[in-house]
Write a protein of this length. Sequence first.
Length: 365
Amino acid sequence: MRVDHYEVLGIAKDAGTDDIKKAYRRLARELHPDVNGAQDAEERFKQVTHAYEVLSDPQSRENYDRGGDQGFGGFGPFGDIFENFFGGAAQQRGPRSRQERGQDALVRVDVDLADVIFGVNQSIDIDTAVVCETCEGSCAAPGTEARVCNICGGSGSLQRTVRSVLGNMVTQSPCGSCRGFGEVIESPCPTCAGQGRVRATRSLSVDIPGGIETGQRIHLPGQGEVGHGGGPAGDLYLEFTVRGDKVFSRLGDDIVATLELDMVDAIEGTEVTLEALDGPVTFAIKPGAQSADVVTVKSRGVTKLRGSGRGDLRFGLHVLTPTKLGAKESELISQLRALRKPAPPALAGAQAGMFQKFRDRLFGS
């Protein structure tokens, strides 16, 4: 039997879109099973919803006015053709899950140059989404639970029949009452407002490998934000920035610095002991050292991120010439001049200046 959708909504056959919408809203509020306890309220609500779906769509309404749409029942005379082509009625996909995968997160982390030499374990505070402890991700208030939707019967969708040249075809749309979940939460969790998750700051202990460089990232699967409904967490990406040091700099896997050297030590040579980023280091300066010379201490640089071993610790020398001399010192310098009989200053051939030579030697250019 063909259902009169106009009669179901209580409107005229020439009713406009606004009249259809007003009639549906009025009847939906009146007949919704959550507010109407009558035995036939649920069935009438389904009829009203189906009537609105047909008449609110211009194409479906036109098809209905020509005699199409058989209501909720049966497939009409073309049902057998549809089944022959498609192997039976349309299959229902079932309700969608409230649990959704959480978003991936990117957190930027600053580390000191000294920490990347060997690597370090660091505690990082992350602002993220975690499972709600009150409802444990169920989205429902404690002591309550979701109930099966009265409108779709737990399927999460509503069906309607559309007539075509191949017969009556069943289309599905999400249930508006349960939003496609198949269940209705009448008492949402007051802590998370029915989301199953809350914002919180949690601490994460991370092993930062030696040799990490600015801009590089570490991927931590399952450490991102928890999804809706307490769903599985996304992934976490840590992006690093290596802070500079006042004395030492990094060049690849090498640590470099400038060493100021007294003129006398440069002439005679000396042994130097100083505090590096990873502890005390001792090395020798050969006699006759010049500004821009580079002294290398093997395997005292940064641990190699890929491969084994460490880079080197390299010092660029800067020889200091005294600007003020005492009488005795001036006398000794005069004696040295007499003994050495240095050649007068002269122009050298075209070559890099001292600072460029220093950079070339230090950086290996």
